[in-house]
Design a protein. Sequence first.
Length: 564
Amino acid sequence: MGLSYFGVILGKIAFAQVNSAASHPMKTQKRILKRILKKSKNTEYGKKYGFKSIKTLEDFRKSVPLTTYADYEDYVDRMVTKKEKNLITAYHVSRYCSSSGSVGKPKILPKTAPDLWNMQCLGFSASVACAYKHIKKMDKKAKFPDQRGPLVMVLTGHRLEDGKMCNGAGQVPLTYLKSITPFFSTSPLDILFPENEELIDISYYQLRFALQDRRVSYLGSLVITLLTTMFNYLENNWRMLCDDIEHGTINPGVKTTPELRNKYEKKFKPMPQRAAELRAEFEKGFDDPIAPRIWPRLTWAYGMVGANLAVYVDKVRRYIGDTPIHNMGFAAAEGYFAVTVELNAKDYVLVPYSVFFEFLPLDAPDGMAPLTLDEVEEGKEYELIVTNHSGLYRYRLEDVVKITGKYGNAPKVEFLYRLNLGMNIANEKTSTRMIDWAVTQISEATGDSFEGHSFYADYSTDPPHYVMLVERTDSASPGDKEEYEKLLDENMRACNEKYLKYRRWGMIGNPEVLFLQKNTYADYKELLRSRGIVLNQIKPVTVINSDERKEFFFSHVAQVSCKN
């Protein structure tokens, strides 16, 4: 039995669990909550909130408060720096996951075996089983091809002070499969787990190995934007790639370490026939989807897709045509929450045995108790609150979901957006706090003061990039633009780990700074006041997120910003 079918079997087992739990979700939810509280009743956190005395859901709600990361930061710091145990969970902490968090540093969240197992089964095996199910549905006699393709991602993590590894949540399942990834990935381990990622043109190597292999049957990524980035690179560099494949060389202009260049210049062999096949297709252009033409076995693609990333689905469709896309699921450092049960689906099925869910209506009055899984209503939007096996209790994710229907008796949801989210052009989750912090750092570094600042996500460039529009209290000179752009990029990298990675991977372009004319923000307030809006109700325009705002602020750009 091939490795692909082994993944299918594990995925089928995972789906059987989902189906069983979906038939009686609240019974499953109560069992999971009881297990979590019983296991950690003697932890420092459990004693503080009386886990031992909690017998009912009502007890749980009365005894344990809603929480945010600030409630756990000191505990996690003690776990990492002092190696203390039994603080927020009695389960053994195997590793940590990082997530976009407080300004200046990411959130670091512990992961224990139960949560890691769910991430592994639902995040990897279920995806393969979903693709198998789709192929058989289309043609019962169709053979499920051996799964081989580019994993358009970087899986390198870093060790914390207690010696444990820390990765992004989406990276974890494949890190545990490191020893077998060469059997289903075209990219070798030193490209998937690079030691000096910032010194390597990852896109070149990912494509180089994938293009050489006619057996590619899937395209894999953590987020759908990574596939868009890969194809953008291909469209701009196919001539160089074809030349290198033909001659078995690595172009001198490719960014790489000496070690990797020496290693693969010896391993790469001339492939003139494959290069000719590829070149013939590329020369026909990219308007007719290129992926099925260069990889005839291509069956499916996968990556995280949400409502905020819909624009990227359209972009990637230009390259892959009607190849079905598997939406990997709804997961974060806090847990694996929901799984898709068919390809091309936009929503997910909440997994009742993964975490304990609560739902807070967006229009909930102060003091309203969150709802349980059986109390939500189709069509309504809720902030998601979770209790997991790794030490988070009634944790406010600040993720907003919409209930789209049911699967069995379990709700189906679509992820919409994050509360307090500023912008999210590549799923890097840039909050308004991050934006404000970065601007403050620029002000302190330059000694300049600002009347106001606004950010705009510009999708017209490839890749998209951020634009900061700022009104200074004094005049700006032409040389300020370059300095501001450099400082903006540095500080956005410092306060958002995902921005750092996605800039490095080419998913986000160089930021741009435009200086605004004097009195721009005063004029905008006056415009709103003239429409009857009370001045004390006018909030700062941190994000330009409407055509009206865009037209106003870009029409007030000072001429100096156009100089270099």
